[in-house]
Design a binder for this molecule. Sequence first.
Ligand SMILES: [Cu+2]
Length: 116
Amino acid sequence: MKTLLALMLFAALLPAAAQPEAKPDRTVSIVAERFFFSPSRITVKQGALVEFVLTSEDTEHGFHLAAARVNAVIPQQGKGELRVRFLASKKGKYAFECSRACGAGHNLMRGEVVVK
Ligand SMILES: [Cu+2]
């Protein structure tokens, strides 16, 4: 009993940094598939904290969103998802692209995030 109480106290005193991350304002699912992202154009509101949840319908793909300094792997179908956060602080258009050689149309595999 004393141990439990001590644990509860400890949890209550944990610094803010140890708390779970802030909830995103919006979650957007994106499906990657040879050779496109869908949706490939995502419009978000300025100031929003957006979480992209990326899954693949076939092979491994990459998600390179330079504006967020993100370049990560979207696992192949059935092997999970990639979650990426983007704070839409400035209005504009931010390109993203596949960053894993995934076949003949790889260079066409791109999209953009529009912050309004
Ligand atoms: Cu690719």
